[in-house]
Design a protein around this ligand. Structure first.
Ligand code: MGD
Ligand code: MGD
Ligand code: MO
Length: 759
């Protein structure tokens, strides 16, 4: 175990520390030789797509791009460790559940399908055909298909996702909650309404031409490390980079590119952000409105663009001009001078990109904030010109592709019609459950079967205790998965674990080795083919699992399920028939580097209800739940807690206990707090506290967090996800998009009486 230390980190992000970390993780997985050769095939034209984040890479070109956290994701999948039937024979489920998530992950790759046996409280081996028959029996016994829920995490390939949603709709439901619901749903909701497309409008080339890049609520040094390379290049050629983040994140300040000898030899690396502003948590809408106010007052707008391409401008202008600086300053947490300074950079730039991440999407007012960012872009015609645009930076490596393939609980009529025509059936019309709706449906006893295509539903979702209770109430829970995780142990009366191939592995079907496709954050679609032998001879690919489950379940289906998976080109031909933008899919995807799906807003074609890009008027929210909680708990200071990722984790997967850039080593239960707040509470750094979230329906507690003094605004706290997920109330979510508000959790602090807690 790492030594437990808290110390200031003053080196650049990346650098030698990143190289050392990669070799440590490769060594820990027992794959020193193979690990390096595997890494060299990540994001190559003939290799696999990195299972880490969704940041694009330059045409899947052939120079190796170093990425510390991509390397950890690859090493975690390519590990030598195996979970065999012996582990399950040795441990009851209750035993396994007593271990922490880090230990579960550390057991390695799952090797054969298992089914829960309640008599012995153990998972026992089961043959694949029997597993599919068992699930089919459950599904077909349901009084209504809407009693089943089918979750998807964002690593699933296009081919698997397409077959999966087809199976679910042929079965008869649109219950397709996915990780997007907890992630960039507000980006999709906001942008679709405003500019007619729910995806980013930029490509990687635009970063080479931008004069300014504004980064809101995102920590690329940890979560999209390859983005730092792009930002570094931009900064070097004089592009102004402006970061908005309550925390000072090292990766946004300085970066030493491990591929640059100059950076590696200097003590400071390269500067990234030329300006760094620390708004209050949730203050971004006010910040952006303040910037828009300065831009409008200066009259420095693209009048021709506004006249030709937009509507709603006059209402928007009047609203912004009328907004008082007092409100803007109060709600943003920035001074008028700071906002004017940022506005001056925006005004001067002829091409600006705005990027954002979870710091923007996981709040009550996320959709309004995103639309306000897009308003700002529209003011200067910053959509559909080189070097400019909107860039929601996606999370999971194929989360965007999964949506494109129809993993969506609210499919359009047009999509359903095309799907029904291509496969000769009538798809269900009623919209299905999203993640929050799925949990509510299980709790209410309305949903009885939960099937998860990847992910870790029990841990990634809000309101941990209620979610776990919801899963335990199910008749059946099933997980298609690579590694053991908590969701397998928080199971229904019947439960199955179905282990699948990972991205890095060779997938052999009747027609020979197969590749799958993925879509990155900038709508580039490319092929991904693994080259490692499978972790076990008993693994099936995700498309094969879906097809065999569908064949077992749907007795009257006209879809040739087993024929489709003999050769994935056949699945792609079907995708080409149903999904817009995929004509000649097989031809185009075999070109090295893949192809660009296109984006109507980028072409200044606005598929909105008005046929224009729309200025959307939003008040600065002054009534967020945190305020109500502060009024209610007058005597106790109520803080706004954001739940963020450490450097050594991939969502619910914990790779290690360090958060190097924030100076935290050997700990995960930490709480970052401002010095003045410590003094106000009479606490000192190094003391242990319990976090209690306060909400209209009562309190939720997470015990024993180490107070760490940090450069964060007063009234704001940060802790890691998922240790804090129990604090996020189920009904605290983004208006309209229903994304859990896991970046604004009202909490109070009290010294902890708990002596020891390891995870
Ligand atoms: N290594 C690694 N890579 C990953 C992941 C991972 O867990 N590990 N996860 C993947 C996934 S699914 C996703 S969605 C992305 C997530 O990538 P990020 O969006 O970077 O995710 P978070 O760590 O949640 O960080 C959010 C950032 O927003 C800031 N923030 C919080 N609240 C506010 C606010 O109100 N305003 C502003 N301006 N900032 C705020 C936080 O300080 C933090 O820096 O990364 C993807 N890539
Ligand atoms: N409090 C709080 N909660 C959050 C967030 C937050 O910032 N704060 N972030 C939210 C976000 S942005 C997201 S995207 C969700 C993530 O939610 P999920 O996507 O559900 O969670 P992950 O931790 O990414 O899932 C990891 C599991 O996926 C499985 N897996 C890995 N690779 C594969 C594969 O190739 N195939 C299959 N079938 N399985 C695989 C492994 O078993 C692994 O344990 O969490 C959300 N929850
Ligand atoms: Mo995400």
């Amino acid at each position: 175990m790492t030594k437990q230390v808290i110390k200031r980190y003053d080196k650049p992000a990346g650098g030698w520390g990143a190289l050392r970390s990669v070799f440590k993780h490769i060594e820990e997985q027992g794959i020193v030789g193979r690990g390096v050769s595997t890494l060299l095939r990540a994001n190559q034209p003939d290799g696999f797509d990195c299972p880490g984040c969704a940041w694009p890479d330059k045409n899947h070109h052939s120079t190796f791009e170093f990425c510390e956290n991509g390397a950890k994701a690859v090493a975690a999948e390519a590990t030598e460790r195996r979970v065999t039937r012996a582990l399950f024979a040795e441990h009851t489920v209750a035993d396994l559940a007593a271990h922490d998530d880090y230990w579960l992950e550390g057991q390695g790759r799952l090797t054969e399908p298992m089914r829960y046996d309640s008599a012995t409280d153990r998972y026992l081996p089961i043959a694949w055909d029997d597993a599919f028959a068992a699930i089919a029996a459950h599904l077909n016994a349901l009084p209504h298909p809407d009693q089943a829920l089918f979750y998807t995490s964002g690593r699933t390939s296009n081919e698997a996702a397409f077959l999966y949603q087809l199976f679910i709709r042929e079965f008869g439901t649109n219950n397709l909650p996915d990780c997007s619901n907890m992630c960039h749903e507000p980006s999709g909701t906001g942008m679709k309404e405003q500019i007619g497309v729910g995806k980013g409008t930029v490509t990687l080339d635009d970063f080479e031409h931008a004069e300014a890049i504004f980064i809101f609520g995102q920590n690329p040094g940890t979560n999209h490390p390859r983005m730092l390379g792009t930002l570094r290049e931009a900064a070097k050629r004089g592009c102004r980079i402006v970061a908005f983040n309550p925390l000072r994140e090292r990766g946004l300040e300085r970066f030493a590119d491990p591929q640059s000898p100059a950076d590696m030899l200097s003590a400071h690396g390269s500067q990234i952000a030329s300006r760094y502003y620390q708004p209050r948590i949730g203050g971004d809408l006010a910040v952006v409105k303040g910037i828009a106010k300065v831009v409008l007052e200066a009259g420095d707008i693209d009048e021709a663009f506004i006249a030709e391409h937009t509507d709603g401008f006059e209402t928007f202008r009047a609203d912004v001009i009328a907004e008082s600086w007092a409100t803007i300053v109060e709600e943003s947490g920035l001074s008028e001078a700071q906002i004017r300074e940022a506005a001056a950079i925006y005004i001067k730039s002829n091409a600006t990109i705005c990027t954002w991440g979870m710091g923007i999407t996981q709040h009550k007012h996320s959709v309004a904030t995103i639309q306000s960012i897009v308003n700002l872009l529209l003011l200067k015609g910053n959509i559909g010109k080189p070097g400019a645009g909107a860039c929601p930076v996606r999370g999971h490596s194929n989360v965007q592709g999964d949506r494109t393939m129809g993993i969506y609980e609210k499919p359009t009529q047009a999509f359903l019609e095309k799907l029904g025509r291509a496969f000769d059936f009538t798809p269900p019309q009623k919209h299905g459950h999203d993640v929050v709706g799925a949990i509510e449906a299980m709790l209410a006893g309305e949903a009885k079967v939960f099937i998860g295509m990847g992910g870790n539903f029990a841990v990634a979702t809000p309101d941990a205790e209620r979610t776990k209770q919801a899963l335990r109430q199910c008749d059946l829970t099933v997980h298609v998965t690579t590694k053991l995780n908590r969701s397998h142990l928080v199971h229904g009366r019947d439960a199955l674990i179905l282990p699948c191939l990972g991205r890095t592995e060779i997938d052999i079907q009747v027609a020979g080795p197969q590749g799958v496709t993925v879509e990155d954050s900038m709508s580039m679609v490319h092929i991904s083919a693994g080259m490692n032998p499978p972790a076990s001879e008993h693994l099936l690919s995700e498309p094969a699992i879906v097809a065999r489950l569908a064949a077992a379940t749907l007795k009257h289906s006209k879809t040739p399920w087993l024929w489709l998976i003999e050769d994935y080109d056949r699945i792609r031909d079907k995708i080409a028939q149903v999904i817009d933008g995929f004509a000649d899919f097989n031809l185009r995807v075999h070109v090295p580097g893949g192809f660009y799906l296109g984006n109507s807003a980028r072409a200044r074609h606005w598929s909105t209800t008005t046929g224009k890009a729309r200025f959307m008027t939003h008040a600065v929210p002054t009534d967020l739940p945190i305020k109500a909680m502060r009024r209610q708990h007058g005597e106790r200071p109520v803080f706004n807690l954001m739940t963020v990722r450490s450097h050594d984790q991939y969502n619910t997967t914990v790779y290690g206990l360090d958060d190097r850039y924030r100076g935290v080593f050997g700990h995960r239960r930490v709480c970052f707090i401002n010095k003045a707040d410590l003094a106000r509470l009479g606490f000192t750094a190094g003391q242990w506290v319990d976090l209690t979230s306060v909400w209209h329906d009562g309190e939720r507690v997470a015990q024993r967090f180490l107070l760490v003094e940090y450069d964060i605004p007063e009234g704001c706290l940060a802790s890691y996800y998922p240790e804090t997920n129990g604090l996020v109330p189920l009904d605290s979510f983004a208006d309209r998009a229903r994304t859990p508000a896991s970046k604004s959790v009202p909490v109070v602090l009290g010294l902890s009486a708990v002596e020891n807690l390891t995870s």
